[in-house]
Design a protein around this ligand. Structure first.
Ligand SMILES: [Zn+2]
Length: 61
């Protein structure tokens, strides 16, 4: 069984939404990603258990 879950997130700067793939087997995660459209970086915090995202929060850097 795959522990990868896709989730739509929204850029806090330009509002563009796009999909990320999370490996939920890695537990809670925090990473920085760049918006595909405006290329500005933001931080993503993810709370997850195996196979499920419980909470996802986006913060501007
Ligand atoms: Zn953007």
């Amino acid at each position: 069984m795959s522990m990868e879950v896709s989730k739509d997130i929204q850029c806090p700067f330009c509002g563009q939404s796009f999909e990320i793939i999370m490996d939920t087997s890695a537990g809670n995660q925090r990473f920085t990603t760049d918006c595909e459209v405006c290329c500005r970086p933001f931080e993503v915090f993810v709370e997850c258990v195996s196979g499920e995202i419980l909470n996802l929060e986006i913060r501007e850097n």
